[in-house]
Design a protein around this ligand. Structure first.
Ligand SMILES: [Zn+2]
Length: 308
């Protein structure tokens, strides 16, 4: 079919087209996203593709509860369109950085602020009298929820909602990428569950309470922690009680995050003969762990190797 369009009308149509799709909208500059952790950066890259430019303040080799502030982080936030946090009190260091950036787009409640925890079924929610008996750092329930790959469904939904708020023109693109990501993840999960079978019921000690979501998904049995409470270092008396417990029960290994001191785990291992296994809880926490899929590959492989 062919319509004859007069020149003035053609100009009017072109003008309308440019009004709806401003010049360069297709090749618009990427959305600048700052995340608190590399895990959130990895998921943002999955759903954001070429439409995002992502920087993570926390590195996978750092304790996510305690990231030292730097002036360069404030500059990154100043220039950003969106910020993504784990939330649930994991990053007490982040709000002062956002405040100092004076970037109103990123303040809590603004379109560019994303709390990735919305909708996540939280483990370890305090009940009864809420005080500091849960330790210093897990007062709002356990915030290490990215360690169950099934929770990426909620994390990615929250990130995509944020991307759509700051870049509505690419809404379909983000939705499609999320579907592709979730499908790939579901495929990999089947393999991970199969691979994790030998870990079922395996009794372990973990340094910090980083692993309840991982434990629940992959069937480990975390008996106790090196830290008597999250964020609290063990006393000699507590260490002696851990050693007694390992000797009395069939505990197979101590899992420690790479950023803790090995001294206490090594001491327990020496006294009992069990292994210390360094397990990164985040993307970037070990060489080759470059994305969210690598993280679970690496963790499961490391644990399975330690069983030999
Ligand atoms: Zn923690």
């Amino acid at each position: 079919m062919f319509f004859k369009i007069s020149k003035p009308r053609l100009l009017l149509i072109l003008l309308l087209v440019f009004l709806v799709f401003p010049l360069g909208a297709g090749a618009a500059r990427p959305v600048k996203v700052v995340t608190s952790l590399e895990d959130l950066a990895a998921i943002t890259r999955e759903v954001g593709g070429e439409k995002v430019e992502v920087f993570s303040i926390g590195k996978g080799t750092q304790d996510p509860h305690f990231v030292p502030p730097k002036p360069s982080f404030i500059l990154k936030l100043k220039d950003a369109d969106m910020v993504v946090q784990v939330g649930m009190g994991l990053e007490p260091w982040l709000p002062p950085l956002i405040e100092n950036s004076r970037n109103l787009k990123l303040f809590r409640g603004a379109p560019g602020f994303v709390d990735a925890s919305a909708g996540v079924p939280v483990l370890g929610i305090p009940y009864g009298k809420v005080d500091r008996s849960l330790g210093d750092v897990h007062g709002q329930g356990n915030p290490h929820y990215w360690l169950d790959p099934v929770n990426a469904r909620y994390i990615s939904a929250n990130i995509v909602a944020g991307l759509k708020r700051v870049d509505p023109a690419d809404a379909d693109y983000f939705d499609q990428r999320r579907q592709v990501f979730l499908k790939a993840l579901a495929g990999r999960l089947t393999g991970w569950m199969k691979a994790a079978k030998p870990l079922n019921g395996l009794s372990v000690i973990t340094y910090h309470q980083s692993w309840p979501y991982f434990e629940k998904r992959f069937g480990l049995n975390v008996i106790c922690n090196v830290e008597p409470k999250p964020g609290i270092q063990p006393s000699p008396k507590y260490i002696a009680s851990l050693i007694a417990r390992v000797k009395a029960e069939n505990i197979r290994m101590i899992i420690m995050e790479p950023y803790f001191n090995r001294q206490v785990p090594d001491m327990i291992a020496k006294a009992t003969g069990i292994k210390v296994v360094v397990l990164p809880p985040s993307v970037g926490g070990a060489p080759g762990v470059a994305d969210y899929f690598d993280l679970f590959d690496y963790q499961l492989n490391t644990l399975l190797k330690a069983l030999d």
